[in-house]
Design a binder for this molecule. Structure first.
Ligand code: ZN
Length: 140
């Protein structure tokens, strides 16, 4: 299985981090940890943004996040036109990395504010594709 099963639009089918899709399919959130400097990335990256090393390992993330900010998308890019309007949230994992992700439509926009605890969870799209979204801590 390759990276073509990520999200609504994938630009590559094979990368050094294609195993990420297997983790999402298994319901797990994993990032990459640089073996040279220890920097943790999410989504996974084949090269460390801090020191550019290509040596890394998978690291499980608990999914617990704090919302930093969010925005409502009304005018979406063509590939996401049918999804609009939707909310994108910027959140920080308790392990450190920041993530930009869809916010679960079940969460009322009025309850979103900086500092709210959320959980990043994988979910299945149509056609066996997978993605992740910020949802409430207690949702299953
Ligand atoms: Zn590094």
């Amino acid at each position: 299985m390759g990276f073509e099963k990520f999200g609504l639009v994938s630009y590559v089918s094979q990368t050094r981090v294609s195993g990420f899709i297997d983790y999402l399919q298994a319901g797990k959130m994993c990032g990459t940890k640089c073996l040279k400097c220890g920097y943790v990335e999410f989504p996974p990256r084949a090269f460390c943004r801090r020191c550019l090393s290509d040596k890394w390992e998978w690291v499980p993330l608990c999914g617990t996040c704090k919302l930093i900010t969010f925005t409502r998308i009304e005018a979406a890019p063509a590939a996401f036109k049918e999804e609009a309007p939707y909310i994108l949230g910027l959140a920080q994992f308790s392990e450190g990395p920041r993530v930009l992700a869809w916010v679960d439509r079940a969460i009322p926009e009025s309850s979103l504010k900086a500092g709210v605890s959320l959980r990043l969870k994988p979910f299945k799209l149509k056609d066996e594709h997978f993605a992740y979204a910020l949802t409430t801590e207690d949702s299953t």
